[in-house]
Design a protein around this ligand. Sequence first.
Ligand code: BTN
Length: 257
Amino acid sequence: MLKKLPSVLASLPLADLRLFDSIGSTNDEALAWAAEGARDFSLVVADEQTTGRGRAGRKWVTPQGTALAFSLILRPAPAEADSSTLFTGLTALVLVDALKKRGLKPQIKWPNDILLNRKKVAGILVESVWTGDALDTVVLGMGVNVLAGSNPPDDALLFPATNLETELGRSLKRAELLRDILSALVGWRPKMSTGEVVKAWEENLSFRGEQVQVTRGDEEPLTGRVMGLEADGSLRLLINDKIVTVQFGEIHLRPAV
Ligand code: BTN
C-alpha cells in the first residue's frame, strides 16, 4: 500500500507526506511533526503501529498490512477554531462518505466510532494543541479495520468489532480508501461553521431514538433515549422527559440492556 500512496494521493492538496512501514503511533509522529512546524494538511501513514493509541488511554492495535492507520495535521483557521468541537464529527463524517461510496451503510456511534451492522469498524482519535486560547494544531487520527486480521481478539474489546472486507464480501484497496476519505475531508471542511457538518453528523448517528447507556469516567452511568446533537456536537439524551446534554470526554456509549 505504501509504495502506491504518493501516486494514488497525487490529486489531493497534501502539504507533505511521511510514510512508515512500522511506527509507534501515527498520532505521536504527527504531534511531534506539528511541533517542528508541519504545514496544514500534512499526513502520516503507517502500515503497522506498535503503540497505537485509542480514546480514554486505550490501546489501538494495527497489525502489519491489515488496516489503515493515519494521522492528518490541520492548522485551523480562526473560523475553524471557533467550531473546534466539530473536528471529531467531521472526521467521522468523511469516513462515512467514503464507506457509503462503496455501498456500505455506516453509522456513527457518538461521538465518532464508525459502525457497520452495529459493530465497530473504525476508531478516531482527535488531539488538539492549544497555545493559550489559540488552537494551534488539530491531529485527526483514524484507524480502520480493513482485513479480517486487523481485529483484535474478542476478549480485548469493549464493543463488538468487524472489518471492511468481511462486511463488503470482497477485498478493497487501502490506498484508494484513504484517497476518498481525504477527498471527502476537502469537501466537508469548509462547511464546519455552516451547521452542515453537525447536521450530517446527526443524520448518520446510530441508536437514534433508542435507549442507550452512557458511562462518563467514574460518574454514575446515564440511561436515556438518543435524540440528536447540539450545535457544538454534544449528545442530546431524553431522560425522564428532560433533555440532558452530554459533552465529549471519557465517554462510553452502548445500547441499554
Ligand atoms: C478509538 O476508537 O479509541 C480511537 C482509535 C484511534 C486509532 C488511530 S490509528 C491512527 C492514529 N494513531 C494512533 O495512535 N491512534 C489513531
